[in-house]
Design a protein around this ligand. Structure first.
Ligand code: PLP
Length: 454
């Protein structure tokens, strides 16, 4: 659903000056309003959903405009900049590759592609073995759908083409990805006698209290799905507006069910992958290894890189030239991704995430208490937190206080992206994985104070 637009009217706000935050102008700052309006006039309205700040430069876990204001970054863009902004090693990798005159190579081989593919595959548990580099998360999830359908046809013929995914899931905004996400706008495409995309409730323990795998089996039966017609089951390890991992037992039962019915198990790790949860992947917590994994966002720490990770069997179905993309393994992006993964490793960012996870959890709990019942559910895993605002005593979304929290946080020097999820009710807290405890606590305290006054 659309979120409320942030007005382009400068507001007086109290000045802020701390180690990590500076707010010294009205917000939005009057000098930026012209730029913001030019885009509102020329782009689709859909691009105008974020707080009205013109990002100019970044350093570590802070982001600044060109007018003297600096924010603690609790967004990581949108869970992307795991090693922060402007990391010298990533900047150098990008600059060196560009200076080498190598900013595009289509599918011609570059040494950087070899190194990146080797680096990623070295992180994979068996039987995941191969990596296909792409550009966006949506491309990666679409590719997983395609591979599962191809495999389905090979083992079960034409009818084995159903992708089972989860209600309220998000797999991107291209057509197949939206169908898997159960987009309401595409619902009529999901109907018919033999729908090819079917959703079951996600076991998040809030709106869906029964988190047992029986619900999965029962829902498919209710929808008239023959399990043998399912070619793939695709789920996020945690869903966007929540930050609760799928129960391990549930994930293990999906694994067994997929094996029994010759379906491909697909994990959408576009948000969770590469350290966000305090382990390399979301599925690393669940005692399973999927057949295919869609990754994106934080692989490169900022440049557009995504990847499908897969087994030998699935990744070898298509012949040379049959599964490629123009910008696959772009050399500048690959250089950034390799540098980012090296930084994540050498600076212990996954360990830092696991270490700071209790601080984030404690902060989310405090903010929830301070909200006096406006936040109906908080959850956090690693360095991703989610606060869901709900109408008192219900699970119905309440987007207005969620929007207010983001609006006021940005006015006070904490950068959050606009609320997401069911009814736009969820505020996500997802700082770069290199944030320190001091910065994390400072931002959480700001949010706690705002929640008290909502
Ligand atoms: C779980 C998940 N899958 C897929 C996507 C789509 O990624 P992209 O926006 O890069 O296409 C996203 C993006 O938010 C996501 O969170």
């Amino acid at each position: 659903m659309a979120t409320k637009e942030f007005p382009l009217v400068p507001e007086d706000v109290a000045p802020v000056k701390t180690k990590y935050r500076t707010i010294c102008t009205q917000i939005p700052t009057p000098k930026s309003v012209g730029l913001l309006k030019r885009l509102r006039d020329l782009e689709p309205r859909s691009m105008g959903g974020q707080p009205p700040i013109v990002w100019d430069h970044g350093q570590g876990f802070t982001i600044s405009d060109a007018y003297g204001n600096t924010w603690l970054d609790f967004s990581s863009g949108v869970l992307v900049t795991s090693s922060g902004h402007g990391h010298p090693k990533i900047v150098k990798a990008i600059a060196d590759m560009a200076n080498q005159g190598m900013y595009h190579s289509y599918c011609f081989v570059t040494e950087i592609r070899v190194k990146l593919v080797e680096k990623i595959t070295a992180m994979l548990p068996a039987p995941l073995k191969r990596v296909f580099l792409l550009t966006t998360g949506s491309e990666a999830t679409e590719c997983c759908i395609k591979l599962a359908r191809t495999k389905g046809q090979q083992v079960g013929g034409e009818k084995k083409n159903i992708i089972v995914s989860f209600e309220n899931g998000f797999h991107g905004r291209s057509m197949g990805a939206q169908l898997a996400g159960g987009s309401a706008a595409l619902k009529s495409w999901l109907g018919g006698e033999h729908p090819e995309f079917v959703q079951v409730p996600f076991p998040e323990g809030f709106r869906q209290e029964d988190t047992s795998f029986d619900v999965f089996v029962k829902t498919l039966a209710e929808r008239g799905v023959n399990p043998d017609d399912v070619c793939g089951v695709m789920g996020e390890t945690f869903q966007g507006c929540n930050a609760t991992l799928m129960p391990a037992d549930y994930a293990q039962k999906i694994r067994a069910w997929c094996d029994e019915h010759k379906a491909v198990m697909i994990s959408d790790e576009v948000q969770a992958g590469f350290g966000r949860t305090g382990k390399p992947f979301g599925f690393s917590h669940l005692g399973v290894v999927p057949d295919l994994v869609a990754c994106g966002k934080s692989i490169s720490g900022g440049m557009p890189v995504s990847a499908v990770l897969g087994t030998e069997e699935l990744m070898s179905m298509y012949g040379p030239g049959e599964m490629t993309s123009t910008h696959s393994a772009n050399p500048v992006c690959s250089a950034a991704a390799l540098a980012n993964l090296e930084v994540v490793e050498s600076e212990g960012l996954i360990e830092n995430t696991a270490k700071l996870a209790p601080v984030l959890a404690d902060g989310c709990e405090r903010i929830t208490k301070a909200s006096g019942g406006k936040i109906g559910r908080w959850a956090s895993t690693g360095l991703v937190g989610a606060l869901q605002f709900t109408k008192p005593g219900t699970t119905d979304p309440d987007p207005e206080p969620a929007w207010q929290l983001v609006h006021r946080a940005v006015q006070q020097g904490v950068m959050l992206f606009a609320p997401v999820g069911i009814g736009g009710c969820a505020v996500k807290i997802c700082p770069p994985l290199l944030i320190n405890e001091e910065g994390l606590r400072e931002g959480l305290e700001v949010l706690e104070k705002i929640a008290t006054d909502l």
